[in-house]
Ligand binder design. Structure first.
Ligand code: PMP
Length: 397
């Protein structure tokens, strides 16, 4: 007989399918390039987080190859055992220098943004504490809060008055405010100066996730915190090497004692095998490149402005952001999926983002631009988006 648990789980899958929410895998070839092949079809790549095009850069590949040759394919153990190969020290020194070389601070490299958020939040707060979190923060932050067992106080997106009213009411032992710097599905930015003022007024800690701003803001691409001169006010700067920096892994930058504390308390750091040497090789090359070369950032912002202004003129609803992540908010799951499929037929890879990744009735297409796109490709993309948008009634004729 079919056990009940099996029927229930399969029924859930069927329901997801009926709601157009079933996720399936596609095969993506050449995804590091501005044009990729998705399930064998050539398309303009407006779906990756490789904003600066560094994932396919020869300098990152060469650095990864040399590291592999010298140190082998795997790290063999966690960092506290014998996995801390010499490239870690080099990478963390480069990270610290990139983030301003403050003598009071240090950097720590972790295996992924997801496990960094989980680990840091669990290390710093527990049962008697409270975390104030923007409603649109990334899932890894939400999961970290749940796992930490701290109270979870969600404030309305970018609404600092709401946050302050929650801070005022709280009598918890320890307060942590956490925010994305650039929001991954909305492409807008947090008011970091406003958050710093609040955290000081209420003696809270502030953690900023720079997954989508590392490499992109400030004269050396060190991120939004640094570009606003807030690196000494934000206790926990978190970021990733998996997006604009074209590799994999994450970092924390903060006061030296904080890094020591994390090394001793962060379970997702202690109980996992270290990153492979090749990854560290590419991280070191990427930090070096984003620091020295502003051209790719300049290209990215030109492309972003072009796409945003063209799409807005056509009548698409893009929200209030100004970053390289451009959401076209459509609403219903069905129409969003249809839009994404029609664009794929027309030759554009752009993903449909549906609940639970975004709130109900806010399904959207998430477009990302790359520094390595050509302007003529983007002009062509605008024409395709206009045609499909009109055909599906997303914009007027
Ligand atoms: N934080 C944010 C804001 C993200 O968008 C992501 C990735 N989607 C992560 C953390 C997780 O980073 P990683 O992919 O390196 O695990």
């Amino acid at each position: 007989m079919d056990p009940q648990w099996r029927r229930e789980l399969i029924e859930e899958l069927d329901q997801l399918k009926a709601r157009e929410q079933l996720r399936t895998l596609s095969v993506a070839e050449a995804a590091v390039e501005p044009w990729l092949k998705l399930n064998g079809r050539r398309m303009l790549n407006m779906a990756s987080n490789n904003y600066l095009g560094l994932a396919g850069d020869a300098r990152l590949k060469d650095a990864a190859q040399s590291a592999l040759e010298v140190y082998g394919a795997g790290a063999t153990a966690s960092r506290l055992i014998v996995g801390n190969h010499p490239l870690y020290e080099q990478a963390e020194t480069a990270l610290h220098a990139w983030k301003g070389n403050l003598p009071s601070q240090a950097g720590l490299i972790l295996n992924s943004g997801y496990t960094a958020n989980l680990g840091v939040i669990c290390a710093l707060v527990g049962r008697n504490d409270v975390v104030f979190s923007d409603r649109l923060n990334h899932a890894s932050i939400v999961d970290g809060i749940v796992l930490s067992r701290a109270q979870h106080r969600r404030y309305r997106h970018n609404d600092l008055d709401h946050l302050e009213s929650l801070l005022k009411k709280s009598t918890a032992r320890r307060k942590l405010i956490v925010t994305d710097s650039v929001f991954s599905m909305d492409g807008d930015r947090a008011d970091l100066a406003g958050l710093v003022a609040l955290k000081e007024r209420y003696r809270a800690m502030l953690m900023v996730d720079e997954a989508h701003s590392s490499g992109l803001y400030g004269p050396q691409g060190a991120g939004l915190v640094q570009s606003l001169g807030l690196q000494e006010q934000v206790e926990i700067q978190m970021g990733t090497f998996s997006k604009a920096l074209g590799s994999l892994g994450a970092y924390i930058v903060g006061e030296k004692w904080l890094i020591d504390y994390l090394i001793n308390h962060m379970r997702s750091f202690i109980y996992t095998t270290a990153l492979p040497p090749a990854t560290l090789g590419s991280i070191i090359a990427a930090i070096e490149l984003v620091q020295r070369k502003a051209e790719r950032r300049i290209q990215l912002w030109e492309h972003t402005q072009y796409m945003r202004s063209e799409l807005r003129q056509l009548g698409f609803e893009l929200g209030s952001g100004d970053t390289q992540i451009i959401p076209i908010v459509i609403g219903s799951n069905e129409r969003t999926v249809a839009f994404s499929l029609r664009l794929q037929e027309a030759g554009i890879a752009a993903i449909a983002v549906r609940p639970p990744t975004v709130p109900e009735n806010q399904a959207r297409l998430r477009l990302t631009v790359m520094a390595t796109h050509q302007l003529r490709d983007l002009e062509w993309a605008v024409a395709q988006l206009a045609a499909v948008g009109r055909e599906l009634g997303v914009i007027g004729r």
